[in-house]
Design a protein around this ligand. Structure first.
Ligand code: GCW
Length: 706
């Protein structure tokens, strides 16, 4: 740890001023009610209000805020039984509840507020709802609203290692210092930082956290067995905030930890080994969430070694955790990372669908297939993964990357809210991807989807798989390296709760909480900097959906040919005449055919493929004219010049308000802006120069290219 107290992020003391200055009653029992009571007691002590703790149903006539378990609902919903509700109702139906009821009622009458919930988890969400609203919670007209999350699976995955990994470090793809959980081989003795983190996550609605890297190395594998005691300690911290802990496990554990000579999922001894391992885990952590598995991917072991399918592997683990209502999050990120760049027929983008689509319907009820949003790897621009639309009889989770591996590594100010919102709102069965009545990607992930093309029932039969994302947090003073990257974590949590929230409005919420009392100009500047920052980053990096072009290994900064002749399957095929990957059915790898209609046809045709994904689907000459009216080469030049100008404008906007926030925050932001400008300029010059040299076509506007 840095020794400096961690930044309060979106929960500074002042965020509790509206609650703390009132007469507040907390009523009801339960572990989380105690947490709520502590929060309220601290706030009222600080801001001069009054706090009392009562039993449910006791008189509370002069209270201005009552947070109470509902007397009629005090029995918590304990069952994790998967709902058999008819999922055909489509968008707008009430959330499927397949776990603890986390809903709450918010009632305001003549300026007094009552928050009521059937469970203490719901009540905690209700408390933070009031925190977010601040004074406006008490201001408005009388109201009676019920709030419920879109899904009960709202998860963060940490790629933290217990041991410092020789190349990946303490946190794989971590850009925020060390791990908050581990320090050079040990789980930290002092977990106070984890407690603060859990509180921040609870405030945005996250309710599950996987605490170790999906690349499970030797030491980390033992969290499941010898080091389980450490997981017990971490779980106890999260429990106070309504968050359940999950572990990433190695599929080879029966061999590496159990001394068996196989990990074959159909072997009885292997199955028994997992049954016993699960029994020990749940014995120690009764509310443990389940296992996350990266199998047969980038060197991680899996069922392929035994000629078994991923359903065989996942279902064997699912059976072991089923008695405890545990889940198996099985990642669909399976591809050949040892391919030959000379082989034009193998397409990494196809791999997840090719492996998983044939298995639709074969996974057990408690398996969630976790699908990265795009077919490659968290690029700034990719089409939606067709796997999400191809598994109507499987629980699918959408996986996002909050850590900015490919979006500026928390050196660059890149707010991902708009990207996620666009992904969540995409409709696979609508010609424009937005309007119409068929399900959005959010519907598919929250179990509300009705698949128009499902030949069987016309319905998605399995309940929700929910959301998962890679965390961007470390032991850095600001949690996330770049203070603005906090907004990504904030937005991810809020979008999991309600995927229809407006990403710009979420920025306003984040600013309001994080910089309480700051002049309006601060919020305006944050919006001016971040609203278009995703698009800006796209402009100065890899063009038109082609992806990668990053330096191999660490993935920061430009290297147009960095991955061109490597085994990783991420190519752009630029030559003197043109660029792009032909993924059409007619002449290319056939990937476009993995989409349902109408998108299969839309992507297949050069005349209908959206500009921003053109090079993902087609190989075209530099002179090809886009829908925008520009040639591909001129588009590359223009966007790269404009991207850098926009970074300069962002810096200008922020400089107007930089003295209005905490100087430490301000100093860190300035540092990062200097690096963003340097790096964006480097991107611009390398990409433009590369394509000028390849194509020999000059910039129409005669700007400097080297
Ligand atoms: O994005 C890539 C990363 C790997 C990561 C992998 C994955 C944990 O470069 O570091 O491994 O994806 O998602 O499994």
């Amino acid at each position: 740890m840095t020794g400096v107290a961690p930044h309060a992020a979106w929960l500074p003391d002042d965020a509790f001023a509206a609650i703390g200055s009132r007469r507040v009653v907390v009523a009801g029992d339960g572990a989380l009610t105690a947490t709520i009571a502590e929060e309220v007691a601290a706030a009222t002590a600080r801001f001069g209000g009054a706090f009392s703790r009562l039993d449910v149903g006791d008189g509370v006539s002069d209270a201005e805020l009552v947070l109470t378990l509902a007397p009629s609902l005090v029995e918590p919903v304990e069952t994790i039984e998967v709902s058999t509700r008819d999922a055909s109702a489509g968008s707008g139906a009430a959330a499927e509840v397949s776990g603890i009821d986390e809903s709450f009622r918010f009632m305001r009458e003549a300026g007094a507020v009552v928050v009521q919930a059937g469970t203490d988890a719901g009540l905690l969400h209700g408390l933070f709802h009031v925190v977010r609203l601040g004074e406006t919670a008490f201001d408005g007209p009388d109201t009676d609203e019920t709030h419920a999350p879109a899904t009960d699976l709202r998860m963060l995955d940490h790629w933290d290692n217990v041991d410092v990994h020789p190349t990946m470090g303490q946190v794989e793809r971590g850009y925020s210092g060390g791990s908050i959980f581990y320090d050079n081989g040990f789980v930290r003795a002092d977990l106070s930082r984890v407690e603060r983190y859990a509180r921040l996550l609870a405030a945005v609605g996250i309710n599950r956290v996987a605490i170790n890297n999906v690349n499970v190395h030797e030491h980390e594998a033992r969290l499941l067995t010898d080091d389980l005691g450490d997981v017990v300690r971490v779980a106890a911290v999260f429990r106070r905030w309504g968050i359940r802990v999950h572990l990433s496990v190695s599929f080879a554990s029966p061999v590496t930890l159990g001394g068996l000579d196989t990990s074959d999922p159909l072997d009885q001894d292997v199955a028994h080994w997992w049954v016993r391992a699960a029994a020990r885990v749940w014995d120690a952590i009764p509310d443990f969430g389940g296992f996350v598995v990266k199998a047969d991917s980038e060197g991680q072991p899996g069922p392929f070694a035994y000629g078994r399918t991923h359903a065989d592997g996942a279902n064997m683990l699912a059976a072991a955790v089923e008695p405890y209502e545990g889940l198996v999050h099985w990642r669909a990120f399976v591809y050949d990372h040892r391919q030959d760049w000379r082989d034009r027929s193998t397409d990494r983008a196809r791999a997840a669908y090719d492996h998983f689509h044939p298995l639709d319907g074969a996974f057990s009820e408690n398996v969630v297939v976790q699908v990265k949003y795009g077919p490659l790897d968290f690029q700034v621009r990719e089409p939606l993964s067709p796997v999400l639309a191809a598994m109507p009889h499987t629980r699918v989770a959408l996986e996002l990357q909050v850590t900015q591996e490919y979006t500026g590594q928390q050196q660059h100010a890149v707010y991902l809210g708009q990207q996620w919102s666009q992904l969540l709102g995409f409709r696979f069965w609508e010609p424009d991807g937005v309007g119409g009545g068929s399900p959005t990607v959010a519907d598919l992930a929250t179990g509300r989807g009705k698949a128009a093309n499902d030949p069987g029932t016309g319905r998605w039969r399995k309940p929700a798989g929910g959301f998962a994302a890679v965390s961007n947090v470390g032991d850095d003073e600001f949690w996330t390296g770049h203070p603005f990257a906090q907004a990504n974590l904030y937005a991810y949590g809020r979008l999991c709760w309600d995927p229809t929230l407006d990403p710009g409005a979420l920025l306003d919420e984040w600013v309001g909480l994080t910089f309480p009392g700051a002049p309006d100009a601060v919020g305006e500047a944050v919006r001016a900097v971040l609203d278009r920052s995703w698009e800006t980053y796209e402009q100065y990096t890899a063009p038109l959906g082609v992806g990668f072009m990053v330096r191999p290994g660490h993935h920061y900064g430009p290297d147009v040919d960095g991955y061109e002749y490597t085994p990783w399957g991420t190519y752009h095929f630029a030559d003197r005449d043109g660029i792009g990957v032909d993924r059409t059915v007619r002449t290319g790898t056939g990937y476009a055919g993995q989409y349902p209609s109408p998108w299969s046809a839309t992507y297949e045709s050069l005349s209908t493929c959206p500009d921003e994904l053109l090079l993902f689907f087609h190989h075209v000459p530099y002179t090809h004219v886009l829908h925008s009216g520009k040639s591909v080469i001129q588009h590359i030049y223009d966007t790269h010049f404009e991207g850098v100008s926009r970074v300069e404008e962002m810096i200008g906007e922020w400089s107007k308000v930089s003295t209005l926030v905490d100087p430490r925050v301000s100093e860190r932001i300035s540092e990062r802006f200097a690096e963003q400008l340097r790096s964006a300029t480097e991107w611009r010059d390398q990409v433009n120069t590369y394509f000028l040299r390849k194509s020999g076509i000059p910039d129409e506007r005669g700007r400097t290219i080297y």
